[in-house]
Design a protein around this ligand. Structure first.
Ligand code: BG6
Length: 490
């Protein structure tokens, strides 16, 4: 099957932070791939912006390397066509230097869709948006893309949102959470709302619990400076994991339009039962990796990666037992866990159904295991529905637990499109469905802040775990004391 390409009109994308890590690893390769797919008209312009003076040719060399590093065999003709779309302007975010140059470039494309992509730290959002505004660069077709983290807590998120909101109306603001652009995450919506099978049992009457795991095998090397100011709760839970939880738990939206979907996600965030100093010790576990082994080799611990200095109390692992206080989910725990340097890289959602109420089989048939649905985001995207079936052949009734397994790569034979490719094109098309609205981001922080505060005031430090394992043993106890277990190999 070939992925369908929906054409767009020529547009300009202005990337602030164009020589930074995100631009090189994600944005430039994503734009090249859209070129290869035939979705970038030849009149498009990629206007790369950063502070460092350099020529367009210098930037094109950086872009070429970025593409070559992201794909094993770039198509030479497409790569040169893509590089021809790239321009470079040196602009200082915190002074007026370079802005007149940028204005002059943009004058040529007044009528087209204009995207400002802020691939920079949030401390620069205010300055950049302010200057975009004061230089009158906002046209009716202008959009701004804001990268996470949007703030460090509720107060700073509000300040970021207010700074962006002074210049851009909410319908022009695209707060990116790249997890929403992952193929399987969207498939979760297809699974729930395009099939009659699941919705009637998608509730506390039939679901025992839900597990959401986002495990990484890498450490923080290279990003330790940022990471140490964030930690796993801010870096992964406040955004990616809560977004996944919302998509599992939300009511069916009236339609797939942006506000219908976002209204439903917001209701879930507001229904999350508070975790604070009264119950955080019981409902959360934080950890930090020590030296260990990963992918067969020895790896250093978090403190070593951070370098000399005060011992850090930043968590590289979090497990949380969350509850959603509404009619659909009352009493159904949502167990979340995420961490760096875990046993393997795997992200998945497991919806565990309740056991059958009564067995008609005798003991020789074997144990009847409750059904569960596994929605795997990575590494191999797909959906598995675990069922009980009869062992084939004669010899009486013996039951087996087997998956109905649909691996998307095998089923459709298409290239796995990176989330950024989809999301950038959604910005160009003006579709905000897969982007976070201001009130959603703030509602997520409203739930996260008391957890941070509880950790800050507790005398406990993150529990150590060995790199290459599934985190601290307390995370296993968190679920096992409820008589359940993490499904590490679902
Ligand atoms: C980012 C986090 O948002 O997501 C990183 O800042 C994390 O710390 C990354 O590694 C994980 O994304 P993915 O798509 O590789 O699962």
């Amino acid at each position: 099957m070939v992925a369908r390409v929906i054409s767009v009109e020529p547009f300009d994308i202005v990337v602030f932070g164009a020589t930074g890590d995100l631009a090189k690893r994600k944005l430039i390769p994503a734009l090249y791939e859209r070129c290869l797919a035939g979705q970038m008209p030849a009149e498009c312009r990629v206007i790369a912006v950063s502070r460092r003076p350099m020529s367009a040719e210098d930037f094109r060399a950086i872009a070429r390397t970025a593409v070559e590093e992201s794909t094993s065999k770039p198509d030479p003709e497409t790569l040169s066509r893509f590089l021809d779309l790239c321009q470079y302007v040196a602009v200082d975010a915190v002074s007026d230097e370079g802005w007149s140059d940028l204005c002059a470039r943009l004058q040529a494309g007044e009528d087209r869709v204009r995207v400002f992509y802020l691939a920079v730290g949030p401390d620069l959002f205010d300055d950049i948006c302010g200057r975009i505004g004061s230089h009158n660069l906002v046209t009716p077709k202008t959009r701004v893309v804001v990268e996470k983290p949007v703030g460090k807590n509720l107060a700073s998120a509000k300040a970021v949102n207010a700074a962006v909101g002074k210049v851009f109306p909410e319908e022009a603001v695209f707060r990116i959470d790249h997890y929403l652009g992952k193929e399987t995450v969207q498939n979760l919506m297809a699974l729930r709302f395009a099939n009659a099978l699941f919705e009637p049992i998608w509730n506390q009457g039939h679901v025992d619990h839900v597990q959401i795991t986002v495990a990484e095998s890498l450490g923080v090397a290279g990003r330790a400076g940022y990471y140490d100011t964030a930690g796993a709760l801010r870096d992964m839970v406040q955004n990616h994991m809560l977004q996944l939880l919302c998509l599992v738990a939300m009511e069916p939206p009236v339609s797939m339009d942006a506000d219908s979907v976002r209204d439903e996600k917001l209701k879930v965030l507001k229904a999350l039962e508070p975790i604070d100093e009264r119950n955080a010790q019981h409902l959360t576990v934080r950890g930090q990796y020590r030296a260990g082994a990963s992918a067969g080799g020895a790896v250093p611990g978090y403190q070593e990666e951070l370098g000399a200095g005060e011992p850090s109390e930043t968590e590289t692992f979090v497990a949380i037992k969350a509850q959603i206080g509404n009619w659909r989910w009352a009493g159904v725990p949502f167990y979340l866990r995420t961490g760096k340097r875990l046993a393997s890289r795997v992200s998945e959602i497991v919806v565990a159904f309740k056991p059958i109420p009564h067995s008609v089989f005798d003991a020789s048939a074997g144990q009847i295991i409750a059904n569960h649905l596994v929605i795997r985001l990575q590494p191999d995207e797909g959906v598995k529905l675990w069922l009980m079936i009869k062992d084939p052949g004669p010899g009486g009734m013996r039951l087996q637990h087997v998956p109905l397994d649909m691996s998307f790569a095998e089923a459709f034979g298409v290239r796995n499109v990176d989330a950024y490719e989809r999301l950038i094109m959604d910005v160009v098309r003006g579709n905000q469905t897969l982007f976070m609205r201001r009130d959603e981001v703030e509602a997520a922080w409203t739930w996260i802040d008391p957890i941070l505060e509880a950790w800050r005031t507790s005398r406990e430090t993150p529990r150590p775990y060995t790199a290459g394992t599934w985190g601290p043993s307390a995370a296993i106890a968190l679920i096992e004391r409820d008589g359940r277990t993490w499904m590490d190999d679902a």
